[in-house]
Write a protein that binds this ligand. Structure first.
Ligand code: SF4
Length: 381
C-alpha cells in the first residue's frame, strides 16, 4: 500500500533580522535553545512538498543539517527567506542545487527598503537571486506581499523577475498569531485590485500554463482583499500541516490564535496526527471563517479541486483569443463597491482586521521570559 504524502511547512525559528511593517514577528522571537531539533525533524512524515520558513530561516546556523534531513522525506523543498544572508544561501545552494528559494522583495528599491526595514535590503535580495541564477539554479524567485504602499510596483517587479526567468509569488496582507498582527488592512481596494488586474492580464497573455494558474491565484487575491468567501475550500490539517519552532503541529499560520494538534517533541507523528486534539482542530478548520488566501493553503486546494482553476483558465484564455481581457469587475463585489451598493466600512468589517484585538504571539513561556529585559530586536541582533 502506498503511503499518503503530506504538504508540510516547517517554521524553523521565530527570530528575524527584518523589520517589516506588516509583521511584528521580529518583536517576538523564539529562544534558540527551544527551536526545533534535528531529532524532531526526523519524526516528520513523508511529504510531497516542504516549505521551510521563519522568522528568517537562514538565522539558523544548522540550516544545512535541517535541509539534509528533510530531503530524506520530501520530494520538493522551497525555502522562504529575506535573502539577506547571501553567503549562507549560496553555500546551501551549492550542496542542494535542486532546492527552491523564494526571496521576499516588497517592490522596487525604495519601497522594499521602507517596508522591510533592512539596510540595503533590496540590493542584497536582488544580488542573492542573481547569484543563484548564475549558479544555474532553476527554482528561484521573488515573493511579494501586496499592500497599498507597494501595489504600483507589482507589475514593474514582475517584469524584472520575468526578465531574469524567475518565479514570481504574490500574497496580500493577513492577520494572525504567526504575524503577531491584527491590524493589517488594505485601504484603497480598487487601486490594489487594478494592479492585480494588470498582473493577471500579463500572466494570462504568457505561454506558460503555470502562469495562467498564477493568474487564477491573483484573481483570488482580489476576492480576498474585498473580504469575500474563499474561492476554494480550505482543507488545512487534513493533508497539510505547519510545525512551529516548539514542535507544535498546527493546521496553518492564518488562525487568530495558535491552534495545536499535538507536539512532535513529545509524541510520535502517528499518535499526534490521529489524536483527539487533531480531530478537534480539523472540526474548527471545517467552520473557519478567516478566508485566507495564502499560497500555503491555496496551492494544495488548487491541486485538489483542479477543475475550478482549470475552467477559469480555459474561460479566460478563450477571452484572450477573442481579444478580450480579464477585468477585476468580473468579481461582483468589486462592481458593487464601484456602484455604491456596499461601503468601505462594510468591506472593512469583512476583513480580519481588528483594531482592539489582543494579539497572541504563540511564544513559549521561556521565549516570552527573555523579552522581560530585552526587546525582540536586541535579542536577535
Ligand atoms: S481559512 Fe484555512 S488557512 Fe485560513 S485560518 Fe482558516 S483554516 Fe487556516
Amino acid at each position: 500500500m502506498s503511503i499518503k504524502k503530506l504538504n508540510g511547512t516547517v517554521i524553523v525559528t521565530y527570530r528575524c533580522n527584518a523589520r517589516c511593517t506588516m509583521c511584528n514577528r521580529y518583536k517576538a522571537p523564539s529562544n534558540p535553545e527551544e527551536e526545533i531539533s534535528i531529532e524532531t525533524i526526523r519524526k516528520l512524515p513523508p511529504m510531497y512538498f516542504t516549505n521551510i520558513t521563519g522568522g528568517e530561516p537562514f538565522i539558523r546556523t544548522d540550516i544545512k543539517d535541517i535541509v539534509r534531513e528533510l530531503y530524506k522525506k520530501s520530494d520538493r523543498i522551497v525555502i522562504s527567506t529575506n535573502g539577506y544572508f547571501t553567503d549562507r544561501i549560496v553555500d546551501l545552494a551549492k550542496e542542494f542545487p535542486q532546492i527552491g528559494i523564494r526571496i521576499s522583495i516588497e517592490g522596487l528599491e525604495q519601497t522594499n527598503n521602507e517596508i522591510r526595514g533592512l539596510d540595503n535590503g533590496y540590493q542584497r535580495g536582488y544580488q542573492t537571486l542573481k547569484k543563484l541564477r548564475e549558479m544555474g539554479m532553476k527554482d528561484v524567485g521573488f515573493g511579494m506581499t501586496v499592500q497599498d504602499k507597494n501595489a504600483p510596483d507589482l507589475v514593474p517587479l514582475y517584469d524584472i523577475s520575468d526578465e531574469m526567468g524567475m518565479e514570481f509569488a504574490t500574497a496580500s496582507l493577513h492577520n494572525s498569531f504567526y504575524f503577531v498582527e491584527a491590524k493589517n488592512i488594505i485601504h484603497d481596494r480598487p487601486m490594489v485590485a487594478q494592479n492585480f488586474e494588470n498582473l493577471i492580464n500579463k500572466l494570462l497573455k504568457s505561454n506558460s500554463p503555470k502562469k495562467w494558474f498564477r493568474a487564477y491565484f491573483n484573481h483570488g487575491l482580489i476576492n480576498y482583499i474585498y473580504g469575500q468567501k474563499r474561492l476554494l475550500p480550505c482543507d488545512m490539517s487534513f493533508d497539510t500541516f505547519f510545525i512551529d519552532p516548539y514542535g507544535d503541529v498546527m493546521p496553518c499560520n492564518g488562525t487568530k490564535d495558535k491552534e495545536v494538534m499535538g507536539n512532535l517533541n513529545r509524541q510520535t507523528w502517528d499518535e499526534l496526527w490521529n489524536s483527539l486534539e487533531a480531530e478537534k482542530v480539523r472540526k474548527k478548520v471545517r467552520c473557519c471563517d478567516r478566508d485566507c488566501w495564502m499560497i500555503g493553503s491555496v496551492s494544495p486546494a488548487m491541486h485538489k479541486y483542479i477543475w475550478v482553476p482549470m475552467l477559469w483558465v480555459l474561460r479566460h484564455k478563450l477571452k484572450f483569443w477573442k481579444k478580450k481581457k480579464y477585468s477585476m469587475y468580473e468579481n461582483k463585489i468589486v462592481r458593487d463597491y464601484r456602484d455604491g451598493k456596499v461601503t468601505k466600512e462594510e468591506l472593512d468589517k469583512c476583513s480580519t482586521c481588528d483594531m482592539l484585538a489582543k494579539v497572541n504571539d504563540g511564544l513559549s513561556d521561556k521565549s516570552r521570559e527573555q523579552l522581560k529585559d530585552k526587546t525582540g530586536e536586541e535579542i536577535v541582533d
